[in-house]
Design a protein around this ligand. Structure first.
Ligand code: ASP
Length: 406
């Protein structure tokens, strides 16, 4: 009882600091530099601490998850289902983005600013490179650089190795179990600082994005958020209800803390600890969540996919280009694949947008137009990204439990 009370109060305190952060940001709008200089650093420290603990958490929890599933075939079957779920929902998400942007005519009424558009597109990796890069040539560097897909591959191999080594792997299994617990405890300490972190993260964002930046692009923001909300309400409610028999209200209520944190931090990977805690409270077994969620935080980005669909149509419309059916199908394919390569950190979806635009010959410079509001779009898409990870985790866990019962 007391613990529930305590946890409730953390959620409430995060919510209050989110609201206070927004209000303070509004108050500081004429003086954004102050917030960047003196408030943002606290947010950065907080985010740094989370990033610091994320690699050990992901590494040890995935290895531990695999060991506790015990059977390589079982890991394989859960893995295949998980990836299929992730890819399908992402494809639906891009479609939602494209549909909303087309129907609501997202580019209508926008006047191209005079002057040159400059956007230095960072090279987005090709699909084959993305695949090849998943496999590290070194078992330490990915940990140091927090290259999450590679960390996952390392964890999967070590997990399998420990299972196959049987008796001789016992010491390694015990070590992993202990380290996983220690990493989770450290994470718990960092989470206690959330109220300060959330305030310090959101305040400068609001202060910097005054009405001059937001108003001309208000329609893009509204269309993207409409897509985010509809996708969550329809797709996730339907899947958790159909596959796990869970009421959508219970699902979204249980997810409130990770969702709020995603909104203020714009980092899926940073939300991981909250998401694990929330899904476990919603009844998911730890060995399942510790395997599916880190994978999702790395490869599953439904919100990013919606954003890319909306931006592609926006850029096409304001440049007066027509997107035919084939091109829109290409966007669905590339945006789904791009979501695998999108890192769960702020702003990475915008870099991958270049790849999507290029795939259908849209001008990459168009990104410059939406770059100014990227943070605002990023906050919403990260909420969708992590909610999708949780929905998948809950569904796969329920399906597996049913199978075991049989
Ligand atoms: N910030 C997003 C995330 O962490 C990724 C993106 O930029 O789209 O999920």
């Amino acid at each position: 009882m007391t613990t529930t009370k305590k946890k409730m109060s953390l959620t409430t305190s995060i919510f209050i600091s989110l609201v206070l952060g927004v209000l303070a940001g509004l108050a500081f709008q004429g003086n954004a530099d102050f917030t960047v200089k003196y408030i943002k650093p606290f947010g950065t420290v907080y985010l740094n601490l989370i990033k610091m603990i994320v690699v050990p958490v992901v590494l040890f929890s995935i290895i531990q998850g695999i060991i506790s599933l015990q059977d390589i075939r079982k890991v394989g079957s859960i893995g295949v289902k998980t990836i299929a779920f992730y890819l399908c929902t992402t494809a639906v998400a891009v479609t939602v983005g494209l549909t909303f942007a087309n129907i609501l005519n997202v580019g209508a009424g926008y006047v191209l600013p005079t002057g040159e558009l400059v956007y230095e597109a960072k090279e987005a990796p090709s699909f084959i490179d993305t695949l090849v890069n998943i496999f590290p040539s070194n078992a330490v560097t990915p940990l140091a650089n927090a290259t999450m897909l590679q960390v996952i591959v390392i964890a999967v191999f070590f997990g399998f190795g420990i299972i196959v080594a049987e008796e001789k792997g016992k010491a390694a299994a015990d070590f992993v179990e202990s380290m996983a617990e220690v990493s989770f405890k450290i994470m718990g300490m960092i989470i206690k600082l959330s109220a300060i972190g959330v305030f310090a993260l959101i305040c400068p964002v609001v202060a910097q994005n005054g009405p001059e930046v937001l108003l001309p692009l208000l329609k893009v923001i509204l269309v993207a958020y409409a897509g985010y909300i509809i996708h969550m309400v329809v797709v996730y409610s339907a899947t958790v209800k159909a596959l796990a028999g869970m009421s959508p209200v219970k699902f979204f209520k249980g997810m409130s803390r990770p969702m709020m944190f995603a909104f203020s931090s714009a980092s899926s990977v940073g939300v991981l600890p909250f998401n694990m805690e929330a899904t476990e409270k919603l009844g998911v077994r730890k060995e399942v969540s510790s395997f599916i969620l880190p994978l999702g935080a790395t490869i599953n980005m439904d919100g990013t996919a919606i954003y890319q669909g909306v931006c592609a149509v926006f850029i096409a419309q304001i440049f007066g280009l027509d997107l035919g059916l084939t091109q829109q199908l290409t966007i669905i394919l590339t945006a789904t694949l791009a979501s695998i390569g999108t890192a769960g950190v702020p702003g990475s979806g915008m870099i991958m947008l270049a790849m999507v635009l290029q795939s259908v010959g849209l001008p990459v410079e168009g990104i410059a137009l939406v770059a100014g509001i990227d943070r605002i779009l990023d906050m919403g898409r990260t909420v969708v990204n992590i909610t999708g990870d949780a929905a998948c985790t809950i569904c796969i866990d329920a399906v597996d439990k049913k199978r075991n019962a049989k």
